[in-house]
Design a protein around this ligand. Structure first.
Ligand code: NAI
Length: 738
C-alpha cells in the first residue's frame, strides 16, 4: 500500500471503505496495518444498533473483507463511556409475528458472522457499557479487551425485557466460557465489570483504569501482538483449547443434563412461571450443545421470535420505556427553569429514615449534616448509616476505603450550625403535624433565602406543613420508602403553593441520588399509600368474610405480587397500617371504611413483623400463619369459600379504582406515573406491565362490567369510576398506543 492510499484511507475520503464513513462508523487504517472501525452514533449519548447502523456495518464489512492491506481490525467506540448499549428495542416492540421476530435475529446473526469470517483477527476494544447486541458483536470478534472503568458493564440483559440474546449470544457465550458461567449471565441478565469479565474468560485482556482515554493506542498494541503471535489457524486452536478446559461436569452428557435440570428447576422457582424468557434462553443454550454454530443460531432465532411476539415481552419493554421516559421528565410539564445546583444538604432527624437518608446522600458523595435532639439520637442515625455501608462492603459493592471516606461526609449536630449554607434540607422527624410545623418555622429562620425545605412525611399534608413558613413555595414532600438504599421510588409531593422551580430542583436532586421520582399532588396517602391502603384493607375485609389468610395472600402471590395484602400489612406494621387506614377513611369516607380486622389486631397489640406477631408469627428468618388470629377475630374461616379468581378480582379492582380516581383527580399527571409508582414502590408484577396497562389488556368494557358486578355483589365501594365508564363508551384505553 502506498503512502497516498494510506493517507486517503486515514482521511476517509476516497477508497471503497472510507466513502461510507458519513454514517455512524468511521474507518481508519494505521501504518501498522491495524484498522479501526469506530462507532459513534451521532446525536445520541450511547451507541444503539439500529437497523440503519447494522445496514451501514454490513456494507462496510463487505468492503473491508475485500481489502488486502488490513492485518487486523479493531472495533472501538467513539464515545468515552459507552461501547454499545444494545440493539434498538423500538424495532421489535410492535412485532407480533414470531417469524418476523426470528427473521430479525437471522439478519443480525448473519451480519455478525461476517465479522467472524473476516480473514484477519478482529478485536473488540471495550470501554463503557457493552451489553446485549453490543456484547454479541464483541463475541463475534476473535478477541476482546476491556478497560476497567466505572461505566464498563458487560453482559446480556435481554431476559429483563422478556427476550433472549438473539444475535448469537446464547450460542457464542457458552462456546467461549462454558455452560454454567454463561447461564448465570444469560438467565439473570446480570452485568459484570471488566475485571470479572476477564476472570470469566469473556475478555482476553483487562486494561487498567485510565482517565485519559488512550484506548486506541493500547488496542493497536494488542492488535500488533495478535498479528505477530497468531496466525488464523493458531487462534482458532487457542479458542478450541479453551473449550476443552471446560469444567468437568460440562464435559459429559450426564453432567450437562444435571446442570440443565437443576437450572431449569431453579429458574421455575424464581420466575414462578410468569417469565418465559429465562426458560427459552436455557432451552436455546441446551439445544445448541453439540450442534454446529449454524444450527445453534437457528434454534436461537426461532426461540427469540416466539419471545418477541409474547405479551410478557411487550409489557417488560413498555416498563423499560416508561422508566426511561420518567428519568428524562423534569417533573413539571413545560418546565421554564433549570434545576438549582445542590451541594450542601442538611437533615433533621437521625432515626430509621434519617440514618438511611444520610447513608444515601453520602453514598452519592453529598456531604450531609444531620441534626437531632441529642447525641444518643444522632448515634442511632450514624450507626444505621454505617450498617448499610457495611452491608455494601460485605457484598463487594464498595471498597472499605471508599466506605471510610464516604462515612466522613456525614456529620452530626444538635443545633442549627451549618444550616445557613444549606441548599436542601430533608426533614425526617416524628410524624406529628404540630411538631413538624414548629420545626419548619424554626428552620426557616436558620436557612438562607433559597434553601429548599423538604419533608419525608409519609402521611401528613405538605400544604399544612408549609403553612407554618413564610415562603411555602419552597416546601415540598420528599417521600422515601423504607429501606431507603434499596427502594428505587421517591414520591415528590407538591403542596398547594409549591413552586415549579422547587419541584424541578427536587426532581433533579432525587435523580442524582439514583432514585426514580414521581411527582404527586398533595392529597391523603399521596399516590402509593392511597392505592396500597384500600388494597390491604380489602384483604382484611376478605378475611372478615371468611376467606383464609393463606388463600388471600396466595391469591396475590399467584397474581405475581411479591407478597399478599396481609403479609404486607405485617411488613408495614399493623400500627402504621391502622393509622393510614384512619387517614384515608377521614379523607375518602365510606369506600375506605377500615376493616374491623385491622382494628382488632391493632387493639390486641399485634404490630406485625417488627413485633414478632401479626397475621403471621415470625421466628428468626421464618414465618408461619398464626392460627390464633382466627380465635382473636372470632371468625369461622373456611378454605374454598372464595375462588382464587374472586379474591384476585376484588383485590386488583380495589387498586384499579383508586388508581383511576387518582388520574381523574390529577394526583399524578399520567398513567405512566401510576404504573411505575406501583412497580417500583410496591412491586406490582412487572410482567403485567403495570396496573393500568393490565387494565388495558382486559379492555375498558370488561373492567366496567367487572366493577358493576362487584358493586352489585360486594358493595358500593366498587361503583365504577367515571373515567372507566367513559373509556368503555368511547373505546379508549389508558395508554392510547401500545
Ligand atoms: P424515628 O422515630 O425513627 O426518628 C425520628 C427522629 O427524629 C428521632 O431520632 C427523633 O429524636 C428526631 N426528632 C424528633 N424531633 C426532632 C426535632 N425537633 N429536631 C430534630 N430531630 C428530632 O422515625 P422514622 O421512622 O425515621 O420517621 C421519620 C419520618 O419519616 C416520619 O415523618 C415518617 O412518617 C417518615 N417516614 C417513615 C417511614 C418508615 O418506614 N419508617 C417511611 C417513609 C417516611
Amino acid at each position: 500500500m502506498s503512502e497516498v492510499t494510506k493517507k486517503e484511507a486515514k482521511s476517509g475520503t476516497k477508497n471503497g471503505v472510507s466513502e461510507k464513513t458519513t454514517g455512524a462508523f468511521e474507518f481508519d487504517l494505521k501504518e501498522s496495518g491495524v484498522a479501526f472501525l469506530t462507532l459513534d452514533v451521532r446525536g445520541e449519548k450511547v451507541n444503539i444498533l439500529s437497523s440503519k447502523v447494522l445496514q451501514e456495518l454490513d456494507g462496510l464489512l463487505d468492503d473491508i473483507a475485500a481489502r488486502s492491506d488490513i492485518k487486523a481490525l479493531v472495533f472501538i467506540s467513539g464515545k468515552q463511556d459507552n461501547f454499545i448499549a444494545g440493539a434498538e428495542i423500538n424495532e421489535i416492540k410492535d412485532v407480533t409475528d414470531p417469524e418476523e421476530g426470528a427473521q430479525k435475529a437471522r439478519q443480525g446473526q448473519a451480519l455478525f458472522q461476517k465479522i467472524y469470517d473476516l480473514p484477519f483477527p478482529v478485536i473488540a476494544a471495550i470501554q463503557g457499557a457493552c451489553v446485549g447486541g453490543g456484547l454479541e458483536l464483541a463475541l463475534a470478534c476473535h478477541f476482546r479487551i476491556a478497560r476497567i472503568h466505572p461505566k464498563t458493564k458487560i453482559g446480556l440483559p435481554e431476559v429483563k425485557l422478556g427476550i433472549l440474546p438473539g444475535f448469537g449470544g446464547t450460542q457464542r457465550l457458552p462456546r467461549l466460557i462454558g455452560i454454567q458461567r454463561s447461564l448465570r449471565l444469560i438467565l439473570t441478565g446480570k452485568l459484570v465489570d471488566a475485571a470479572m469479565a476477564g476472570r470469566l474468560g469473556i475478555v482476553d485482556k483487562v486494561l487498567p483504569i485510565d482517565h485519559h482515554g488512550f484506548m486506541k493506542a493500547e488496542a493497536e498494541e494488542f492488535a500488533n501482538v495478535v498479528i505477530q503471535k497468531f496466525k488464523r489457524h493458531a487462534y482458532e486452536n487457542r479458542r478450541n483449547a479453551k473449550r476443552l478446559h471446560a469444567i468437568f461436569l460440562e464435559s459429559n452428557s450426564f453432567g450437562r443434563k444435571f446442570i440443565f435440570d437443576q437450572t431449569r428447576k431453579q429458574t421455575l422457582r424464581s420466575t414462578k412461571g410468569h417469565y418465559p424468557a429465562p426458560l427459552k434462553a436455557l432451552e436455546a443454550v441446551q439445544r445448541g450443545v453439540g450442534k454446529s454454530l449454524r444450527e445453534g443460531l437457528e434454534i436461537e432465532a426461532k426461540l427469540l421470535g416466539e419471545l418477541i411476539a409474547s405479551d410478557v415481552s411487550k409489557n417488560l419493554i413498555s416498563i423499560f420505556q416508561l422508566t426511561e421516559e420518567l428519568k428524562k421528565d423534569p417533573g413539571v410539564d413545560k418546565a421554564k427553569s433549570e434545576p438549582a445546583e445542590i451541594k450542601n444538604v442538611n437533615l433533621l432527624g437521625a432515626g430509621v429514615m434519617g440514618g438511611g437518608i444520610a447513608q444515601l446522600l453520602a453514598f452519592n458523595d453529598f456531604s450531609v449534616r444531620m441534626k437531632d435532639i441529642n447525641q444518643e439520637a444522632l448515634d442511632i442515625g450514624l450507626n444505621r448509616a454505617e450498617k448499610v455501608f457495611q452491608q455494601a462492603v460485605d457484598k463487594h459493592k464498595l471498597g472499605r476505603s471508599d466506605m471510610m471516606r464516604k462515612m466522613t461526609l456525614i456529620s452530626g449536630t444538635t443545633d442549627y450550625s451549618g444550616f445557613s449554607v444549606s441548599d436542601f434540607v430533608i426533614e425526617a422527624i416524628v410524624e406529628n403535624l404540630e411538631v413538624k410545623q414548629k420545626v419548619f418555622a424554626e428552620l426557616e429562620a436558620e436557612v438562607n433565602n433559597k434553601t429548599i425545605l423538604a419533608s419525608n412525611t409519609s402521611s401528613l399534608s405538605i400544604t399544612d406543613i408549609a403553612s407554618a413558613v413564610k415562603k411555602p413555595e419552597r416546601v415540598i414532600g420528599f417521600h422515601f420508602f423504607n429501606p431507603v438504599h434499596r427502594m428505587p421510588l421517591l414520591e415528590i409531593i407538591r403542596g398547594d403553593k409549591t413552586s415549579d422551580e422547587t419541584t424541578i430542583t427536587a426532581v433533579a436532586f432525587a435523580k442524582k441520588l439514583g432514585k426514580l421520582p414521581i411527582v404527586v399532588k398533595n392529597s391523603p396517602g399521596f399516590l402509593v399509600n392511597r392505592i396500597l391502603g384500600p388494597y390491604i384493607n380489602e384483604g382484611a375485609v376478605l378475611l372478615e368474610e371468611g376467606a383464609t389468610i393463606e388463600e388471600i395472600d396466595k391469591a396475590m402471590l399467584d397474581f405475581g405480587m411479591p407478597m399478599g395484602p396481609l403479609n404486607l400489612l405485617d411488613e408495614v406494621g399493623i400500627d402504621v397500617g391502622y393509622k393510614v387506614g384512619q387517614i384515608l377513611y377521614a379523607a375518602f369516607g365510606e369506600r375506605t371504611t377500615p376493616s374491623a380486622v385491622i382494628e382488632k389486631m391493632h387493639n390486641a397489640g399485634r404490630l406485625g413483623k417488627k413485633g414478632g406477631k401479626g397475621f403471621y408469627i415470625y421466628e428468626g428468618k421464618s414465618k408461619r400463619i398464626d392460627p390464633e388470629v382466627y380465635n382473636l377475630l372470632s371468625h369461622e374461616n373456611h378454605s374454598g369459600k372464595f375462588s382464587v379468581e374472586d379474591l384476585q378480582k376484588r383485590l386488583v379492582f380495589t387498586m384499579l379504582k383508586e388508581a383511576a380516581l387518582c388520574l381523574e383527580e390529577e394526583i399524578v399527571r399520567r398513567p405512566r406515573d401510576v404504573d411505575t409508582g406501583l412497580i417500583y414502590g410496591i412491586g406490582f408484577p412487572p410482567f403485567r406491565g403495570g396496573l393500568l396497562r393490565y387494565a388495558d389488556s382486559l379492555g375498558a368494557k370488561k373492567c366496567l362490567a367487572t366493577f358493576e358486578e362487584l358493586a352489585k355483589q360486594v358493595g358500593a365501594r366498587f361503583e365504577p369510576p367515571k373515567s372507566i365508564a367513559e373509556m368503555a363508551e368511547k373505546g379508549q384505553r389508558f395508554y392510547q398506543e401500545r
